[in-house]
Design a binder for this molecule. Structure first.
Ligand SMILES: Nc1ncnc2c1ncn2[C@@H]1O[C@H](COP(=O)(O)OP(=O)(O)OP(=O)(O)O)[C@@H](O)[C@H]1O
Length: 257
């Protein structure tokens, strides 16, 4: 049942296919992400969530199908072009520099998003003009009090918050989060849910997430994948009680709790 007040679509995929040596990890997926929604991609292990995520961010090229952001066709673009077009994914912790502080990370990310690129790498004068915005972003993710600590010394949850701030620095039209609560204890999960709840304001978020409590707390819409295809798409409450989803997840949902 479609929600009559659904917002306009911002990100769409049509008949998306990704084949690996004849095996279809993503097999004809249609995806409709509405502007301003938190849209979760869920499904049992091996369903194709990560592959779909890589397709949406340009890390994989589709074997077939199309991806559009607003009225722009992004099909076949590489990761950097996709990011510049307005789809940002949260960085991996492994891409943080242990000796640089969160403020320095943000200043560099903000500079790289401008036409200057990385040309004035660590020139203090060039970076100083990004300091104000860097602090705003750190404040938004709750890291203002840790702005000048080397990133290597931050606790795990704070490193993830820094990744989020780095993605936000690109001012994306759509923010993609790959398992934002993976590997976290209960307290960090709660903090992360609150954080995503804050940063989603005025933004569109697509997230792959295994923890159904997190999905229930944040997602407006849910796409359930199974064997590379869309099993069900809808509001969380509808999807959660759908017998096809329950059967696909049998055992898996309990494990995620
Ligand atoms: N590079 C690859 N080469 C070959 N097969 C792949 C490749 N990447 C993924 N696959 C296969 O595609 C299927 C979907 O994998 P994918 O990682 O997208 O699933 P997933 O839903 O993210 O699973 P999980 O929840 O376990 O992370 C799996 O059977 C996987 O083995």
């Amino acid at each position: 049942m479609d929600d009559p007040v659904r917002r306009p679509l911002i990100l769409t995929a049509r008949n998306l296919v990704k084949e690996f040596r004849g095996f279809r990890a993503v097999d004809g997926v249609d995806l409709d992400v509405a502007d301003g929604d938190v849209h979760a991609l869920v499904g049992p292990n091996g369903a194709g969530k990560t592959t779909l995520f890589h397709l949406l961010t340009g890390f994989h090229k589709p074997s077939d199908g199309r991806i559009r952001l607003g009225d722009r066709d992004l099909t076949g673009l590489g990761p950097e072009q996709v990011a510049r077009a307005g789809i940002a994914r949260s960085f991996q912790i492994t891409s943080l520099f242990a000796q640089l502080t969160p403020r320095e990370h943000l200043e560099l990310a903000l500079q790289s998003a401008t036409a200057l690129g990385w040309r004035f790498w660590r020139s203090d004068r060039a970076l100083a003009r990004f300091s104000g915005r860097a602090m705003e972003l750190l404040d938004e993710v709750g890291l203002a009090g840790h702005a000048d600590v080397p990133a290597g010394a931050l606790a795990y949850g704070r490193k993830r918050a820094l990744e989020l701030a780095l993605a936000l620095a690109l001012e994306p039209r759509v923010l993609l989060l790959d398992e934002p609560t993976a590997g976290m204890g209960v307290e960090d999960v709660d903090r992360t849910v609150a954080l995503i709840g804050r940063i989603r304001q005025g933004r569109t978020v697509v997230m792959v997430e295994h923890n159904m409590n997190v999905v229930g707390a944040l997602a407006d819409r849910v796409t359930v994948l199974q064997s590379g295809t869309v099993l069900v798409e809808g509001a969380y409450a509808e999807v959660r009680n759908d017998p096809r989803v329950i059967s696909a997840y049998l055992g898996d949902v309990d494990a995620a709790h």
